[in-house]
Design a protein around this ligand. Structure first.
Ligand code: AMP
Length: 537
């Protein structure tokens, strides 16, 4: 019996029952080599096999399993199969380093992980601190490497392609993404199977996907856009998706859109700003006639990008705003709506958004305040794993506080103003200053560190580290490089500081908290404001 409440079944079994078994679900386009097509029937069988693999390994509903892979077809079978088995599926960015992995795998008590041989080193380095991690699956090993490092191919070949999904309710836990905080460890944002209702509705009504569309979402599955719109939304509607194995490459991207006849493209402002910097001739040689709509998410979309796209791509770019916690698009400059460049647009149907002051009063139009959403939409997160108090602190009087500041104009359009915390948004990825500071402090040369974000014309924000060295170590170019490599290896390459500034002291308040506001003002050459609480003020 088909289990229609389960995201894994909705994206596969239901589509086959709708007569789409032979329709291409995923065209996998590797950087080198030939593309491979997977039908909905292939997705159904592959995910069933994977669900059987997990069950045979003794994983129980409610346990946590992670994918830690670059974009590869196996990632999609594993994700959907994990959900079918009612195991919670966490996804990890392939560029995460050891500390980042340890925090996430440790906090969630993950039972297993799927990865590839070249990433194994990062997990082996922390494995003795992960008592719950019982097995590691390798997508590129023909044979098992040990009793607990197992060959995905061998297990999949031996598994049945039939699987009976157990009854799944809207509240059955589904997907887990870790999101960075400005203090403390990353928080595990837990979603539920019922989130598919908002993901399907927004894919249909906002992205406007129709049966014959070919959709390309550039986001990595390690990020909520990569799961909500790179997997769940489109496949829940039986839409063909292209998944490209490479990273940013202007010519390759433009050729891909043209060759694969992409009709709807979902990407991010940093990528668009990078495309804007390319020679205009690359757009002249190709026809982007298949494209119907372009969407963007993750960071503020500056008006220059919209003007550029109108001139060169002959398209509007429709901004969308959402967060890991919201699970789906909440505010958008949707097609059909007159675009106000620089604004995020208006709330999607069924979502109520307001601007509240710090003491919870609605702000008049044009006045900056906290962007809040009326709690209770289907894709709203259900927990920060193991952190009930942090979860509760996000809700006040029935409003979910997003942590963003914004204004609303008289016509109901929302304008992003910034974050109300110290989190850095670099190229659409939230980076925790705390995680970078902690990684730097692991180095013997560093006594203190303070990390901030500063404006960048391409990345929106770049990571700036202030470091105070122990007396015996001089600040050299080699040491700078060592710091970048260390943060890359421990946190992620995205978090590696672009600028490192040596200082005699890192300013702290009387309770020892790093005053990032002061560091930022110093870097920007602006007023440091009230520094009366500074340690040595
Ligand atoms: P994440 O939870 O990693 O998806 O990051 C969510 C955060 O990214 C939001 O809280 C915003 O700060 C930022 N963000 C996402 N979309 C937009 C957008 N369209 N405009 C401005 N900021 C955005």
């Amino acid at each position: 019996m088909t289990e229609y409440g389960n995201i894994g079944s909705i994206c596969t079994t239901l589509q086959c029952e709708r007569g789409l078994s032979d329709k291409i679900a995923m065209r996998w386009v590797p950087v080198d080599g030939k593309s491979v097509d997977y039908s909905f029937s292939d997705l159904e069988q592959g995910s069933n096999r994977f669900a059987n693999v997990l069950i045979a390994l003794g994983v129980q509903p409610g346990d946590v399993f992670f994918t830690f892979l670059p974009k590869l077809p196996e990632q999609y079978f594993a994700f959907l199969g994990t959900l079918k088995s009612q195991v919670i599926c966490g996804t990890l960015f392939s560029n995460f380093g050891e500390d980042a992995l340890l925090d996430r795998l440790g906090d969630s008590g993950a039972s297993g992980i799927i990865t590839k041989k070249s990433f194994l080193r990062k997990i082996s380095g922390i494995r003795d601190r992960l008592p719950s991690l019982r097995f590691i699956l390798l997508v590129d090993a023909d044979e098992d490497i040990s009793d607990s490092v197992l060959s995905y191919r061998r297990l999949m070949n031996a598994a049945s392609s039939e699987f009976n999904v157990r009854p799944t309710t809207p509240d059955t836990p589904s997907v887990l993404h870790y999101t960075s905080g400005s203090t403390g460890k990353p928080k595990g944002v837990l979603h539920r199977h019922g989130s598919v209702a908002t993901q399907t509705a927004t894919t249909r009504d906002i992205l406007g996907l129709k049966a014959d569309d070919i959709f390309w979402c550039t986001a990595d599955p390690g990020w909520v856009t990569g799961t909500s719109y790179g997997i769940i939304g489109p496949w829940s509607l039986g839409i063909t998706q292209v998944h490209y194995g490479g990273g940013y490459d202007a010519q390759a991207w433009i050729d891909l859109i043209s060759r694969e006849r992409i009709s709807v493209w979902y990407t991010a402002p940093t990528a668009l700003r990078m495309l804007m910097r390319e020679e205009e001739t690359i757009y002249e040689r190709v026809h982007l006639s298949s494209l119907r709509a372009i969407f963007s998410v993750g960071e503020p979309l500056n008006p220059e990008v919209i003007t550029w796209a109108r001139r060169l791509l002959h398209h509007e770019i429709h901004d969308t705003w959402f967060q890991t916690e919201t699970g789906a698009i909440m505010i958008t400059n949707r097609p059909g709506l007159p675009i106000r460049p620089g604004s995020m647009g208006i709330p999607v149907e069924g979502i109520e958004a307001v601007i509240l002051s710090d003491d919870g009063r609605p702000q008049p139009d044009g006045e900056q305040g906290n962007l809040c959403l009326k709690a209770g939409w289907p894709s709203m997160f259900v927990a920060y794993l193991n952190n009930e108090s942090a979860y509760r602190s996000k809700f006040r009087d029935g409003w979910y506080h997003t942590g963003d500041t914004a204004t609303r104009d008289g016509d109901g359009y929302f304008w992003f103003r910034g974050r109300s915390d110290d989190i850095i948004n670099t190229a659409g990825h939230l980076v925790s200053p705390f995680e970078v500071e902690s990684a730097l402090l692991e180095m013997e040369e560093i006594a203190e560190s303070g990390v901030i974000g500063a404006p960048d014309p391409i990345l929106y924000e770049k990571v700036i580290a202030f470091v105070c060295l122990h007396k015996q170590f001089p600040f050299t170019r080699d040491l700078e490089l060592k710091m970048r490599i260390h943060v890359s290896n421990m946190v992620s390459s995205i978090a590696a500081p672009q600028v490192i500034i040596p200082v005699d002291v890192v300013p702290k308040n009387k309770s020892g908290k790093i005053m990032r506001r002061v560091l930022k003002a110093r870097y920007m050459g602006t007023d440091t404001g009230d520094i009366s609480t500074l340690e040595d003020a």
